[in-house]
Ligand binder design. Sequence first.
Ligand code: ARG
Length: 463
Amino acid sequence: MNQKTQNAMWGGRFASGPDAIMEAINASIGFDKRLYAQDIEGSRAHAAMLASAGIISDSDAQAIREGLLTVLSEIEAGEFPFSPALEDIHMNIEARLKDIIGEPAGRLHTARSRNDQVALDFRMWVREQADAAVGGLRALIRALLAQAEAGADWVMPGFTHLQTAQPVTWGHHMMAYVEMFGRDIGRFQDARARMNEYPLGAAALAGTSFPIDREMTAHALGFDRPAANSLDAVADRDFALEFLSAATICAMHLSRFAEELVIWSSAQFRFVALSDRFSTGSSIMPQKKNPDAAELIRAKIGRILGATVGLFTVMKGLPLAYSKDMQEDKEQVFDAADNLMLALAAMEGMVSDMTANREALRLAAASGFSTATDLADWLVRELGLPFRDAHHVTGTLVALAEKRGCDLPDLDLDEMKSVHAGITDAVFDVLGVENSVASRTSYGGTAPENVRAQIARWKEKLP
Ligand code: ARG
């Protein structure tokens, strides 16, 4: 049969073939060829199950399963003749199987449809990506733990509004991202657990009258159980949306950290030096070392969130069960996943390679009246002032230091006493940044001992 005039897979009732434009809008092979491995794995399991349930013969199943391996090696060798006339990866593979093994190939599609087939292939692909994201996040967390360990007690300014707020430790700042990326791991794992239901056997939408064994195929392909409703199995793409949502949140975290690295590596901050391996130069300004990787990671949220919004928009308002709209689910998920994995790998490389400038961190920590809160707390603790009054006294001292062009510890005791007579020499103990961070021992606080305990906890729970 000539494919140009009549589709070999479904052309029975058609007198003529599709218009070229119809073929162009309809074909997904240009992108869904990426699902070839999942398609073949799913089909091989399906054929084995059909034989074991007595629906096809053992010899046909054998021929199908071996033929599919030949198709797999052709695709992997780059020798497979992908054809847009055959629309998608499912029909391309089946048609090629027929070329190779002949008539038994036609029995593979018993008790299934492309609707449940694509639901299966895509689910398996997204499941792999969720695992890959967890792997990338684990590697990134390990790099952050190494940074945190090296500088568990290095003092740096903590910011609110990007204004110096209170001293914190470098280790504490690194560990803040460990917590965020740790939750990202949880989100990918949760999504994976929910998506792990097996859609094949839903057939087109209503199930099948063949005595298939969905438990068998579900377990053969690593699923927890068969999906319980055939309409739902072919119609929903919430598994991809959950993956994208987790990816978007993760990309947002990456973007924030990337922004900090851009700021920190500037000549004005000098908090970190990025390695040559993760920086680029300027073609005109010889002195420049640009944090391009960090900037690109900062930007990746754009396309990843775009994919999320895109797929939500495709899915909203679709009646059950399958509609061709859903073919538009794949490209953006592919793109989002590729870019998330790249961003995770680049961030891991940057973090592993970067050098924190302990001296610059300390200098910055000690400026900007960063221990003003410690002073106010001291007035409360030692002189019994109400916090509001202590806040006011401290504010007056900050204004005085500002006028004198010095920092709080540079004021002498007489100057302090002129603002509040009760202040004693002991106040100077709390004005040092090391003492400040060491005193923050409340659970979750920045004290180096806390940071070290958190590093130990994470090392234990992260294999
Ligand atoms: N290429 C299609 C997709 O990606 C496969 C399912 C097609 N099903 C159909 N009834 N036309 O969604």
